[in-house]
Design a protein around this ligand. Structure first.
Ligand SMILES: [Zn+2]
Length: 289
């Protein structure tokens, strides 16, 4: 069994030929041996070239394959533009229609912006984990934070009811204590220095989880194989397998994160119990699916 917590449909990239309809997603899952996928909307945020992938599109698409696809919902925290905006009617409606989490949350805002904090709290109250993307720089998508992720820590402390699932280049660059300035929103390589914000915060806060998707998640695990293995082992109870395929044509190639877990299993470098937790059990338990 494998559950992918990070799937997409719609047009994520500007190239129209890469439009992913739901049958393309199912074809990828069949080709890669994925049993279930969480499908994440992105179109609610104006950042980036995200089209044809809002919560309504996702719920409708997942309805065709209820045994295989799990919808997430998304709300932009600037909706209403008030620090006390009440989102509960939307969250409850989406939950009633089968949504199991909020994400992919990627507005270009500070992680601790008062409007984001308001939405995190309400998502937590509704029992919906928040899957976020974090990326540096003013002209990209994704939440912003300073070195050492103090704004994320503030949110973890202030929203104990909310489970946060980390994803994205800046989040994963902070796995190491030395974060290269030029690569903070890229894919830093080389040995990981002990004391990085990500392991520190995951150790300290029950409500910080992480998922392995995209080049950023994969890179964080393989850049320093010894550290990566220890990281998977230590956090085997709060790591979730994810892929984040954004192209229709991805169906023709197996994502490296799948090969990585196949190798770990074959070479017995991680216990079978840990592999099962990361590749499906944690996700099933967290999302109650
Ligand atoms: Zn994504």
């Amino acid at each position: 069994m494998i559950i992918d917590i990070h799937g997409h449909i719609g047009r994520i990239l500007p190239d129209r030929r890469e439009f992913m309809d739901v049958t393309n997603l199912i074809a990828k899952m069949d080709a890669w041996g994925i049993d279930k996928t969480c499908v994440l909307p992105v179109s609610e945020h104006p950042e980036g070239a995200y089209l044809e992938a809002d919560t309504e599109d996702i719920i409708a698409a997942c309805g065709y394959y209820p045994e295989r696809l799990i919808p997430f919902c998304l709300i932009d925290p600037r909706y209403g533009n008030r620090p006390d905006m009440n989102f509960s009617y939307l969250l409850e409606e989406y939950k009633a229609r089968g949504c199991k989490g909020l994400g992919e949350f990627l507005p270009k805002m500070d992680f601790d912006d008062i409007r984001c904090m308001n939405l995190y709290r309400q998502a937590g109250k509704s029992g919906l984990p928040v899957l976020f993307d974090m990326q540096d720089g003013p002209y990209s998508y994704g939440l912003c934070d300073n070195y050492g992720l103090p704004k994320l820590e503030y949110a973890l402390k202030a929203c104990p009811e909310t489970i946060f699932i980390g994803h994205g280049p800046t989040f994963w660059a902070e796995i190491s204590a030395d974060v290269p300035v030029e690569d903070r929103s890229g894919y830093p390589g080389g040995l990981v220095q002990q004391g990085g914000a990500v392991p520190k915060l995951m150790r300290k806060y029950h409500n910080l989880w992480a998922e392995t998707s995209a080049r950023s998640g994969y890179n964080a695990i393989i850049r320093d194989p010894g550290f990566g293995l220890e990281f998977l082992d230590e956090f085997q109870d709060k790591l979730i397998f994810g892929i984040d395929s954004c192209r229709r044509s991805d169906v023709n190639q197996t994502p490296p994160i799948i090969k990585l877990f196949n190798d770990l299993r074959q070479q017995r470098r991680l216990t079978e119990g840990a592999i099962e937790k990361i590749t499906w059990k944690n996700c099933k338990q967290l999302l109650k699916i």
